[in-house]
Design a protein around this ligand. Structure first.
Ligand SMILES: C[S@@+](CC[C@H](N)C(=O)[O-])C[C@H]1O[C@@H](n2cnc3c(N)ncnc32)[C@H](O)[C@@H]1O
Length: 206
């Protein structure tokens, strides 16, 4: 059974993100339009990000909802997404903030030699092949003392997709120190509803 699930995880075809951009923010945890959901994510993010203003790289930023929260908390944000339609929305959302939105691949973001204090990634790693290689590259984008903030999970019925926490922490083991898993399924305020599937964040230093 576990093997079947792992096989499906590896072979799942990612959605057409450009096509999804127009309605993406309708999901409570995507658009964060409900002030209660927004406050729940803002509180979690504040606890995961450094206390002082930091350079945050949000990879696969989508419409920029988490980037906006980070910018509102005083961080300097670089947001990257492969989908032109998503980046267009993220640019509009982040206008007027200390934030830059770039169109490009999360696996090899177009940031040249720049280095960051935080690599923030929510609900993106599961779509990427060769996650071990991608995580190594992201580790190299972090300054010494920097951290990963990765929000992932396993969703969908009857054919779940995603990255279980045990697999992600195993991948992070050789790259990070002090990886901490925070379980998020039990907090309905984050999702705008009760959920029973696996949802979590990993905060890990380098
Ligand atoms: C489920 S959405 C998550 C968006 C955002 N991180 C959030 O939590 O609201 C996945 C996003 O990853 C982007 N994406 C998928 N594959 C990508 C890749 N290889 N490089 C950059 N972005 C990618 C998609 O365009 C989409 O915006």
């Amino acid at each position: 059974m576990a093997d079947e699930r792992e096989h499906r995880d590896r072979t799942v075809r990612p959605p057409d993100w450009d096509a999804q951009a127009a309605c993406f923010d309708e999901e409570p945890d995507h658009g964060l339009r409900d002030p209660v959901v927004r406050a729940a994510w803002a509180a979690r993010l504040r606890s995961w990000l450094p206390g002082d203003p930091a350079d945050v790289l949000d990879l696969g930023c989508g419409t920029g909802s988490l980037s906006l929260l980070a910018a509102e908390q005083g961080h300097r944000v670089t947001a990257v997404d492969l989908s032109p339609a998503m980046t267009e929305r993220a640019r509009a959302k982040l206008a007027g903030h200390t934030a830059e939105v770039l169109c490009g691949p999360a696996e090899d973001p177009p940031v040249a030699e720049r280095r960051f204090d935080v690599v923030l990634v929510r609900h993106v790693l599961w779509t990427l092949p060769d996650q071990a290689r991608v995580l190594r590259h992201w580790r190299d984008l972090l300054r010494p003392g920097g951290r990963f903030v990765l929000v992932e999970g396993v969703w969908g019925d009857p054919y779940p997709v995603g990255v279980p926490a045990h697999r992600l922490t195993a991948l992070l083991g050789p790259l990070t120190v002090g990886a901490r898993v925070e379980r998020l399924s039990g907090d309905p305020l984050l999702w705008g509803k009760a959920v029973t599937d696996e949802r979590y964040a990993v905060v890990a230093g380098v």
